[in-house]
Design a protein around this ligand. Sequence first.
Ligand SMILES: O=C(O)C1=C[C@@H](OP(=O)(O)O)[C@@H](O)[C@H](O)C1
Ligand SMILES: C=C(OP(=O)(O)O)C(=O)O
Length: 462
Amino acid sequence: MLESQYSAPEFDIYGVNRPGGEPGDWPAPVASAPIRATVPLPGSKSLTNRELIIAALANGPTLLRAPLHSQDSDNMVAALRALGVSITEVAPATEGGFGNDLKIVPAEELLGSTTVDCGQAGTVMRFLPPVAALALGPTTIDADASARRRPMNTLIQALRALGVDINDDARGTLPFTVHGTGEVRGGRIEIDASSSSQFVSALLLAGSAFTEGVHVVHTGERLPSIPHIDMTIRVLAEHGVEVTSPATGEWIVAPQTIRAQDVTIEPDLSNAAPFLVAAVATGGTVSVPNWPAETTQVGAHLAELLPQFGATVTYADGVLTVTGPDTIVGADIDLTTGGELAPPLAALAALASTPTTLTGIGHIRHHETDRLAALRTEIERLGGQVEELEDGLRITPQPLHGGQWLSYEDHRMSTAGAIIGLVTPGVEIENIGATAKTMPDFPQMWARMLAGTVDPTRAVQA
Ligand SMILES: O=C(O)C1=C[C@@H](OP(=O)(O)O)[C@@H](O)[C@H](O)C1
Ligand SMILES: C=C(OP(=O)(O)O)C(=O)O
């Protein structure tokens, strides 16, 4: 296993643990007043890992500006390097405060005979195997123990049907070995992507490099996270790759060249959620700069979702601002398109004055953890009332009390606990380090938000 540079902080940044927690837990800071802060955010995980895959398959070098640097992106970088892609860090022309740019030079020939560690990253475990199939030699793909439960069978069966030789243990999960021959036949394939949109994205991202291209037909009853498929299509289009969709749930990519092109990664709008929700939870105001006017990121839906809880949202000059209400109200929301927003919204719902129902999110049982069970368990442990539905949660607000909040090695569980802790004294987050998956600086960013300060190096970019 590769060692990531990111790990849990050795001690909490506030120095002491409060009663109710275990040594090493992170005492969630309580907001002593409504939060007022501007919070710049690091790059999008979903865009960074798509652009890395595309750059690796492109017809020349690429400069990725303002990419995310976190466990998920590190695992993607390491995986592509293991296949022979050159990825180097270069100092950014404009200091954005979130680390170096990345220069990617595709391999003359992708080579397997290697092992890849996906860590916890769904985008690596789904997007990398089709690329490994294009490499010459075997690539063994594995992940953290906690991620070995995530569904992979749809991709394994799809790649086999497209002509790829895969050695697995028939459990439909990692680890498995892709025996790459340097080419993939491709063609038409029917898949059931109801457990993750990432299966569709994975086939489309690499499909233009398959000999016959790829024609994906989704046969399942439901398809979650459609904005993430739209993101894949948009990013491919920006590199000259046309994806056509002759019918709903059907996509065709003809064999074609991926044009190398330098890109700037947008801030991660899903990671904006805990900060914007903090404004709602405390009746304060939080602004996020560099918010794109137009984007395929599902986090942009927060601008319509948060007003349903009573918040006011404004957008001007590239800055999104959320102001909390005097009284948070509950909402009934179908989150089929944005399941990754469920943890922060569930945390907010637990602080509302009336019940909330979140539906369309049965598939988030297959995220970093079973998020429906994890949210119910942890909110209930603090005194809340949550009913687990087949495809969602019904949250009935109750007075909450402090106590330990387990993270299940899930970054969005850690940040959901931090939200509740803002207004509930004594919440102790077990494993705040789980946030390193997509936001290694989360504890520091949270502290800066509470202090209302903005790091001048991270001010709004021109
Ligand atoms: O393609 C992507 O970048 C993602 C797709 C979604 O996955 P699911 O379709 O499995 O929900 C999302 O939840 C995940 O955080 C990122
Ligand atoms: C589901 C998520 O991640 P992944 O990319 O690992 O699927 C997430 O970030 O909420």
